[in-house]
Design a protein around this ligand. Structure first.
Ligand SMILES: Nc1ncnc2c1ncn2[C@@H]1O[C@H](COP(=O)(O)OP(=O)(O)OP(=O)(O)O)[C@@H](O)[C@H]1O
Length: 232
């Protein structure tokens, strides 16, 4: 049975002043799919993610959330940014930041349980009380992932989140994501320049080019295709 759609891009276009980024983009993403979003520098991958996140209004068309916007909860993992050694939060505090309610500045028991569950799931339990500034780059990036997951999203955006990680840590992080994708039916959008990783983990790809876009099952994506992207 085909899974239900969670996101539809309908004739989507974004133009910055005098600079069209993409236009007439049409795409249906179904629950539990793992899409890689690829293309050369500057073709609009981050712009597209910002549009999906509602940070940017499209110039044309729309992003439709299905069955409705209230049912689509998005988790976002940014590109790795270092955190100062003297940053005053533990890994646990950092993961819980997304939960700090509007009413109280501290977490309820239920929220603390949610943090604990996700720390265990992401393998960070043993270092949960370590100051995050003293964690390794890979551990910090896992903490960003845990923070994105703590509210139980059904759509996860990885925006070049593995770009500066070594191959072992990159694989660890993506193994975790695919495990959640399989076990929880988490839908994933993985923005990447790493075509072998895209091929290893994704089910589909969307390739943006200066002249349009191409999409399909991941088996059809090659490094050469991305290098020759202008010809699509
Ligand atoms: N707020 C903005 N105002 C004007 N132009 C912008 C703005 N944001 C992005 N752009 C331009 O839009 C184009 C697409 O940028 P975007 O960051 O989406 O590309 P990308 O595919 O994610 O690139 P990269 O692979 O280098 O991260 C670029 O030419 C960029 O300079």
């Amino acid at each position: 049975m085909t899974a239900a759609p969670i996101l539809k891009l309908e004739h989507l276009g974004v133009t910055f002043p005098n600079h069209p980024v993409f236009s007439d983009l049409n795409l249906t993403i179904r629950q539990g799919e793992f899409w890689s979003i690829v293309g050369k520098n500057g073709v609009g991958k981050t712009t597209l993610m910002r549009t999906v996140l509602h940070q940017l209004r499209p110039t044309h068309g729309q992003v439709a959330y299905l069955p409705n916007a209230n049912e689509v909860k998005i988790g976002y993992v940014p590109q790795f940014r270092n955190i100062d050694a003297d940053y005053p939060l533990t890994m646990r505090d950092f993961v819980g930041l997304n939960l700090t309610g509007w009413k109280w500045p501290w977490l309820s028991r239920k929220e603390r349980e949610k943090v604990q569950t996700i720390l265990t799931r992401t393998g960070l339990e043993a270092i949960a009380n370590r100051p995050i500034g003293q964690a390794s780059g890979g551990e910090k990036q896992k903490a960003y992932l845990a923070q994105a997951l703590v509210e139980a999203p059904n759509l996860l955006i990885l925006d070049e989140s593995t770009a500066s990680l070594d191959p072992v840590t990159k694989t660890e992080l993506l193994d975790l994501v695919i495990e959640l994708n399989k076990s929880l039916h988490l839908t994933v959008l993985f923005v990447t320049h790493d075509i072998p990783m895209a091929r290893k983990y994704s089910s589909q790809y969307l390739m943006l080019t200066p002249n349009g876009a191409e999409q399909g099952p991941i088996g059809g994506l090659t490094q050469e295709k991305v290098w020759e992207g202008e010809n699509v």
